[in-house]
Design a protein around this ligand. Structure first.
Ligand code: DQQ
Length: 578
């Protein structure tokens, strides 16, 4: 079956989820429905996730201060206890033994003092001498300025670290005269220089109209901080830098490193979240400790801040070193794609992506690899295998037996015998996202598009397509990865942007792999073992959802392997009492 004749669901004229649910599920006129709670429950069941991190209700944004302490992972997060929209920001707090099943605790930080009365904004954890965790966070003052504050645990023997105390010295860093005090936030985890015996942190900032900066501060006691004259790194025209992150990665090897680690075996990663675009960008380079600067590697497109952790939705991310498993783990906030009125109907907004282990791709030395933490595999249930599927041009093949709304799929395509030299030349000036958007699943290329249709209805009126397409671009063969949401739902007022990325690969003539985590309203895709990632939020209005393989290119494609697992629902506990 081709894609040209796909029909739009008749329900697409309905503007709100609950209206759609009613009209899709029943023929009763709307005015017959009185019970709003029942409606909200229905909406939650459709779009709430089964194995992603999300609070029981209300708004969540950035992950804050992640750490591992006394056998427990801690995740704090920007939270609005008052409703499913941004505002009244406090720090929510949850703990887990495995990064998968979570217990929510009382909120950890709430505005209470002149220096944070306007909100407790994002921050990070650092372990000081003796393994004592402290948190730096941004407070919004009674004059709406941004300052950096510190809290310490009330009781270090409590593995849940339930109570945090604001230190009397707060605020410990205030904006200098002449600085933009409304764009000075999100302190990083500190790192310690054993030569000058000083801690360092960076804080995101804006200089002038558009120079984004990671301001560097030094301290011997973590309380009194002095600003280094020049920033650790900055970039003209990038706008406000939020949530900077700075950490070492091994030049070769997957093992993570403590944030203070320096040496010839490492490179450093500088990540910033750009307020202007709403995306997270990173650069790999060298940290010149004596000069207090970060120098991007030659060839990295630093001024463009070219590389992204994720080419879909993923913002305000934060990594931490997990000493218990010698790995660096990355959390990222995944926004909704629906409207605010939908969020109010759902009663919640915002997810955290599945935590990812990150390391440097030693085949390029330029980009990171990202892979769902191994613990996610403990949620895999029934397995469906379909090997050696030949996909002729225009074919769509259903994978029977999977639970379409909640699964983990690993698939690979054997391109070794393909005539990929014959593929079409694409517009050299177009970005990967533009190419994906201009082509889409129904485009007839030579090698591709081919890939998966997830969260798909059995008549293919709705689906989210995650696929590859080999193209020639700027005279190079490239593997284009796309996530196309245009047919994902019949709801109106959704952001259905098509996302795309070039997968950093020297030669696409090989077996290429793809992993997709599907969880009701989120689709997280990892190309080639984690070289490129795309996360999408989608809201299918149907409940009978399927998985398909497809190929719309003119060449036959061999899908040599497909493994799909139904995923269990995590038994998260909200408002955990000990
Ligand atoms: N979110 C926080 C800020 C941060 C922004 C406020 C990034 O600290 O800059 O909720 O999403």
């Amino acid at each position: 079956m081709g894609f040209q004749n796909l029909k739009v669901c008749a329900a697409s004229v309905i503007s709100f989820t609950w209206l759609c649910l009613i009209t899709c599920a029943s023929t009763e006129p709307l005015q017959m429905v009185h019970n709003l709670d029942t409606l909200i429950t229905n909406v939650e069941q459709l779009y709430r996730t089964a194995y992603h991190f999300q609070p029981q209700k209300n708004w969540m944004n950035d992950p804050n201060g992640p750490m591992f302490y006394k056998g427990y992972y801690h995740l704090f997060y920007q939270y609005n206890p008052e409703g499913p929209f941004w505002g009244n920001i406090v720090w929510g707090h949850s703990v887990s033994e495995d990064l998968v099943k979570w217990r929510s605790l009382d909120v950890a930080l709430v505005p209470s003092e002149w220096y944070d009365i306007g909100g407790c904004w994002s921050g990070s954890t650092t372990f000081l001498e003796g393994g004592k965790p402290v948190i730096l966070y941004t407070g919004i003052t009674n004059a709406s300025e941004q300052v950096q504050n510190m809290v310490v645990p009330k009781n270090l023997s409590d593995p849940f670290l339930r109570e945090w105390v604001k230190i009397p010295e707060n605020p410990i860093i205030v904006p200098n005269r002449g600085m933009d005090a409304k764009n000075f936030r999100d302190p990083t985890t500190g790192w310690f220089d054993s030569v000058d015996m000083k801690w360092r942190i960076v804080v995101g900032a804006l200089e002038g109209r558009s120079r984004g900066m990671a301001l560097l501060y030094k301290s011997t006691d973590f309380i009194k901080w002095e600003k280094v004259k020049h920033p650790l790194h900055s970039s003209e025209s990038s706008g406000v830098w939020e949530c900077p992150d700075f950490y070492p990665v091994l030049v070769s090897g997957k093992q993570g490193l403590d944030t203070s680690f320096v040496g010839s075996s490492v490179k450093h990663v500088m990540k910033v979240s750009l307020l202007e675009t709403g995306y997270d960008y990173y650069t790999v380079g060298s940290y010149l400790v004596d000069e207090n600067i970060f120098v991007p590697d030659k060839g990295s497109q630093d001024d463009e801040l070219e590389l992204r952790y994720d080419y879909g939705k993923f913002y305000a991310s934060k990594s931490f070193y997990d000493a218990s498993k010698n790995r660096r783990v990355l959390w990222g906030w995944i926004t909704e794609s629906d409207s605010q009125s939908e969020d109010i109907m759902k009663g919640w907004a915002g997810l955290q992506g599945i935590p990812r282990t990150i390391w440097l791709d030693d085949s390029t030395g330029m980009n990171l690899m990202q892979w769902p933490v191994a613990e996610v595999e403990s949620l895999r249930g029934k397995k469906t295998v379909k090997n050696n599927t030949i996909l002729k041009s225009g074919e769509v093949v259903e994978i029977y037996g999977v639970t379409g709304a909640q699964m983990d799929v690993e698939v690979s395509f054997d391109l070794r015998k393909m005539e990929i030299e014959e593929v079409e030349e694409m517009d050299a000036n177009a970005t990967a996202q533009e190419l994906c958007s201009n082509t889409g699943v129904s485009y007839k290329g030579v090698v591709g598009p081919f890939g998966l249709l997830v969260l798909a209805s059995n008549d293919l009126t709705q689906y989210t397509a995650v696929f590859y397409h080999i193209i020639s671009h700027q005279n190079k063969l490239k593997l284009l990865m796309c996530s196309d949401q245009r047919r994902s739902s019949s709801l109106k007022d959704l952001d259905k942007t098509t996302y795309g990325s070039f997968v950093p690969l020297n030669d696409p003539k090989k077996i290429v792999s793809l992993r997709v985590l599907v969880d009701h309203s989120i689709v997280e895709s990892f190309a080639e073992g984690g070289k490129s990632c795309i996360t999408s939020r989608v809201y299918p209005t149907l409940t009978d959802l399927h998985l398909y393989l497809f190929n719309n290119g003119s060449s036959t494609i061999l899908c040599n392997q497909l493994n799909a697992w139904d995923m269990k629902t995590t038994d998260n506990v909200y408002n955990f009492e000990i």
